[in-house]
Design a protein around this ligand. Sequence first.
Ligand code: MEV
Length: 302
Amino acid sequence: MTPSFGAGKVILLGEHAVVYGYPAIAGALPLGIYAHAEAAECCALRVPDNLDEKQSALLQQAFEKAAEFAAWPKVALRLEASLPMGAGLGSSAAVSVACAKALAAVAFAQEAHEAQLEKTNEMAWRMEQVFHGSPSGVDHSTSLRETLLWFCQGKVQTLSSPVPLNILVAMAGKRSSTQTTVAQLHTRQKKWPGHHKRLFEEMGRCTEEARGAIEEGDLPLLGELMNVNQGLLAAMQLDSEKLAQKIYRLRRAGALGAKLTGAGGDGGAVVGLFENPEGPLEALRAEGVDCFACQLAGPRAT
Ligand code: MEV
């Protein structure tokens, strides 16, 4: 059986604000999680050896939510990752989507494509809720659709760009879980609601404006808005020295804009927008930086 793929994701604008009902723009990565399936006596997931006890239990619990929804199809799954795990690149959503697709392929094989997609989405969403408590839904929506998305309050729209939208993603070290970072922000937001409302509203405006920039192929404006988004995330205390160093490195390498991506906090990943990321990619790799480049949207060279 061909393995089922769950794509990783990168948030270009709007992380955290999206949890409070503001829009976000996210793109799917070519890296992700593969779920290999084989017929079995009972429905099971082989938990990867490199997870600790707590992580294994969480993964098992999440899988059971999806398996229960699919009425325990007789299939055993094994996971394989081509994506850095726990770095803010949507690995839990990618696991959720890969498992959900693999279960749906057996349990709902007879159903029409749309119905199958809806059920896959529901299973991935149930798994994400186990991993993150109260996620916005942007991660698994992007992973499932494998495209550049506008996401707001559970609604999605595909975005297209008339020009290639190239990014470079660099790792900025270990970080706390998304759930922890989201909860810490929530505590601050409850303490100072007015101040956070202003920050979220401004981030929402940036995301709206960025949508227009993407659709018109205005990369300098998009980069500028990503930088402003980073400033707002920093004002929400979601950045760190490790993240800031990498962000400044990407800007020095010629990024039109650069920011943390995903939950941020003490580490994770940063994203830079480039007209051509090949040179910077080589330079950063030569310095030992763990990074990769990819295209999120727009015409591709043949
Ligand atoms: C995590 O990739 C994105 C956050 O906005 C959380 C969420 O949307 O659920 C930080």
